[in-house]
Design a protein around this ligand. Structure first.
Ligand SMILES: NC(=O)c1ccc[n+]([C@@H]2O[C@H](COP(=O)([O-])OP(=O)(O)OC[C@H]3O[C@@H](n4cnc5c(N)ncnc54)[C@H](OP(=O)(O)O)[C@@H]3O)[C@@H](O)[C@H]2O)c1
Length: 433
């Protein structure tokens, strides 16, 4: 028997418009392949009069988005506004309490309120879809929940933010500054007017916390992730990383250690020829290392109207055909509250300082390194790109594997000394890319 889903959509921007156009365009496909019909019974956004890329007058408009939940005939609410609290949160909570199915692309909402959403979804037996919240068009949530979850996953390495990947890859390819790369990203529509959460690593951490909740059966915990962004990376860092055979990428990683799961979002040096090192432009990649499956790599467009809308549609189909999976991998009572910050093991680091061009600076630097128990595998000092009217010259070092605490304490010492200009930059090197 044909299954009909009566939908209300709040948020008609990039993703919301894409979802409506896809539903309009693929009506026959959904009917013929899934025996499903999607009826859009209500739409809402900020401005009724705004020009849209679909004909909004074909649909019933709700001035107050929350009224969509009270519409008896609507059984599925799709939230495509964004934001961890406010309207998005109210829509989610009230939809679930009113026994509506709920679909969203909002990673911040799930990362912050995952526990409450999981409890409510179980209590009210709702469908809750969030495929589009991580890596846009890459079907990672479904793949993890349905196909890979029986494997014991020990490690995950991912590029989850298209804006920062665009900036990093274009800096090294075009030999341009961070600011110029950011401007290009904005001009091409890859960066929003305020790209703070993309650049400072928080967007990637929201997404990583969602993946962790499925892979490691835990309540999403943004606060247990060590986060560093890409703001301090300069062209000189790309040039030297490249000479050593690496690209710089913003990596989100979770690794099982003897003490628990270590989680981090940080710029890293990754082998140029590795799967992660090759990812260019605004693309995303997720590499999962499973006990049984070995390496599984999913790569594709992490954002944009088409890819993201297709993930929302995939949730709609699952909702229509009656998928009964938990919100995360297990029921709420089986999820752990893994919020401890566990330290990483030893890793080699890239370290760049702008060193004062005066007698004795290099020997002071060497002493700081040996006092911190850090030995060097490689060191380069060049005259290029010196800053501050040639009073400081870049010194690039690759360390032997060291603990994160050791490198952090060296950075503190260097930052407080007068032999270097601005704060030194350090990035771990990913040995398995
Ligand atoms: N864009 C992507 O590629 C992408 C990828 C993955 C996930 N996402 C997620 O998808 C969600 C939507 O992103 P988007 O890029 O489509 O955003 P967007 O283009 O900025 O659209 C946001 C929509 O929300 C509406 N809105 C904002 N505040 C509202 C309010 N207080 N009341 C009613 N409506 C309100 C806006 O109304 P008006 O149109 O009237 O201004 C607009 O239609 C976000 O959670 C985002 O993180 C986006």
């Amino acid at each position: 028997m044909t299954k009909e889903l009566n939908i209300g959509i709040v948020g008609l921007g990039t993703v919301g418009s894409g979802v409506i156009k896809s539903i309009e365009k693929n009506r026959d496909y959904f009917k013929n392949n899934y025996d499903v019909v999607f009826n859009i019974l209500g739409i809402s956004a900020n401005s009724k009069s705004k020009e849209r890329s679909f004909n909004a007058s074909n649909y019933k408009w709700f001035d107050n988005p929350l009224d969509i939940i009270d519409e008896k005939n609507i059984d599925t609410v799709i939230e495509l506004i964004g934001g961890e609290d406010g309207l998005a949160y109210d829509l989610a909570i009230n939809s679930l309490k009113n026994d509506k199915s709920f679909i969203t692309a909002n990673k911040a909402l799930i990362s912050k309120h995952g526990e409450e959403l999981s409890i409510l979804t179980e209590k009210h037996k709702n469908f809750f879809g969030f495929e589009a919240s991580v890596a846009g068009g890459i079907p990672i949530i479904k793949t993890l929940k349905e196909s890979i979850i029986l494997n014991e996953i020990r490690e995950i390495y991912a590029i989850l933010n298209g804006t920062s990947n665009y900036i990093l890859s274009s800096m090294s390819k075009l030999k341009i500054s961070f600011d110029d790369a950011l401007k290009n990203a904005k001009d091409k529509g890859y960066a929003e007017s305020d790209p703070t959460l993309d650049i400072n690593g928080e967007d990637s951490a929201h997404k990583l916390s969602i993946l962790n909740s499925i892979i490691f059966s835990e309540i999403p915990s943004f606060n247990s992730i060590h986060i560093r962004g890409i703001e301090n990376i300069e062209l000189v860092d790309h040039n030297h990383s490249s000479e050593f055979g690496y690209n710089i990428r913003l990596i989100a990683l979770s690794v099982i250690t003897d003490n628990g799961v270590y989680k981090e979002v940080t710029p890293m040096l990754v082998d140029k020829d590795s799967s992660l090192g090759r990812v260019d432009e605004a693309n995303n990649i997720i590499k999962i290392i499973g006990q049984e499956s070995g390496d599984v790599v999913l790569e594709g467009q992490g954002a944009g109207e088409g890819p993201t809308a297709s993930s929302v549609i995939s949730d709609l189909i699952d909702c229509a055909i009656g998928s009964k999976l938990h919100l995360f991998s297990k029921s709420h009572s089986e999820l752990s509250n893994n919020i401890d910050k566990i330290s990483s093991g030893e890793r080699p680091y890239y370290l760049r300082v702008f060193l004062k061009d005066q007698k004795g600076s290099m020997s002071s630097l060497t002493k700081f390194l040996s006092d911190s128990n850090i030995s060097l595998d490689k060191i380069i000092q060049k005259d290029e790109n010196s800053n501050n009217e040639n009073k400081f010259k870049p010194v690039i070092m690759i360390t032997y594997p060291v603990k994160k605490d050791e490198i952090d304490s060296l950075i503190d010492i260097l930052s407080n000394s007068d032999i270097v200009s601005s704060e030194p930059l350090h990035m771990p090197i990913l040995v398995k890319g």
